[in-house]
Design a protein around this ligand. Sequence first.
Ligand code: NDP
Ligand code: 2IT
Length: 489
Amino acid sequence: MIMKSIGKIPHVSQKCERTVWMPLFSPRQINCVLTMQFSLNSFLDYVQARHPHEPEFHQAVTEVFASLVPVLEKKPEFIRERIPERIIEPERIISFRVVWEDDEGRVHVNRGYRVQMSSVLGPYKGGLRFHPSVNQGILKFLAFEQVFKNALTGLPMGAGKGGSDFDPKGRSDREVMRFAYAFMNELFRHIGKDTDIPAGDIGVGGREIGYLFGKYKKITNQFTGVLTGKGISWGGSLIRTEATGFGLIYFAQEMLVSRGDSLKGKRCLVSGSGNVALYAIKKILEMGGTPLTASDSSGYIYDPKGIDEDKWAFLVDLKENRRGRVKEYAERYPEAVYTPANPELGYNPLWAHEADCAFPCATQNEVNKKDAEHLVAGGVKLVAEGANMPCTIEAVDVFKENGVMYAPGKAANAGGVAVSGLEMTQNSIRIAWDREEVDIRLQRIMRNIHEECLRVAEKYGKPGDYLFGANAAGFLKVAYSMLDQGLVG
Ligand code: NDP
Ligand code: 2IT
């Protein structure tokens, strides 16, 4: 067995997953060890030593490779060809200075990035995040997740992620425009409709894509599908705005239907109030469920009567047009309770309400072990991730131990990038499909991802394990394609 044989190698600690790789072997010996065998602990030590100070990236790699041990055991050619080491190494990382001027004439300096992770299945594809927490490690984790997610969609897309530590909150439209222009002044030389196609993520929505696209067009003198999430009148796709949230709920519905159940009548906890959360809430309503919560970084609202169509319209106007805070929801609807965020608590009380389903749609690591225990105690039977890696590894363990159905983001939130792929197709053939056409294709893609996760999980003797199924199905597609293309793959 692979794990056992590695356990005999001296000086490679098996006690702690976070020990630093000790260079007690020559590079040739290490190469030999890695070529013949795979050990999760040794591999994670190697990742730690090679990519230090990037906890989110380590977390994402750990979660994926913990699943992949049974896959790698059956495929020695992946170890021989160093697929694990290759797949975690970005093909290219671009980091650049972004200088812009605010409305008072003050000069600001931000850092911009694009992590071009994998082009084995198609041009680099993935969002841009504008948030003060952005750093290289966070973008590497997001780009790594994107590799498997994009593979699962079945569309010809490689993977990338980018962004900046710029904080759009409280900035005027003109300030956001000047920042976006300055960002594109450098990014434009690294992207293109057949090279790398960015889109939105946290802090990057229709407004930002508009400024970025306008600047790209101006510099290059080309009107191409270089970005997705564009406005409908200038090359965007219908349903792209709704796609991630809609796709998430289509996926959850598939999960429930596979157990002879449905979303009808289900009480749902949703975090976030951005692009993903808003359209997840909308689709929960359409499916006959009751959304009970929404949040932003300042706090959350709990509406015991449920967020209905009118309240949803209020929330959309508040968030998309007025860029307000969810607190205003409770001021408008007194039956709702607003609870300010309190990080010192060590858990988020949003997840402690009684419910049937939970959809974390804000950001990474927003559901920890304690939150997961609260969800289980509150009766939640299904957790599907709208955000990327919102649940910690310990939280996922709690779901597993308690029989909670759990779908990782790389499967459940793939609807956004899937419709981005459909936007690229429409741009290429210079046609705009109607809403129904795009929605049907989105539903079909989410159904296929659901089936593929279950099929691969079943094949490896892990029926119903969506985490394993998503990681293994995504990995196998990418790994075989890398073998096909040789060492540049
Ligand atoms: P938005 O910027 O539209 O909304 C983000 C929401 O999450 C806001 O309500 C925001 O509150 C909240 N939030 C962000 N950071 C934090 C934080 N550190 N703590 C608490 N709340 C926070 O982003 P999206 O809805 O597009 O993205 C949400 C998640 O979904 C991300 O993980 C993203 O990577 C993922 N995703 C997005 C896709 C897309 O197509 N947009 C596709 C697939 C996944 P506030 O306004 O106060 O910051
Ligand atoms: O995380 C994601 O999948 C996204 N932010 C969407 C990426 C895209 O290219 O549409």
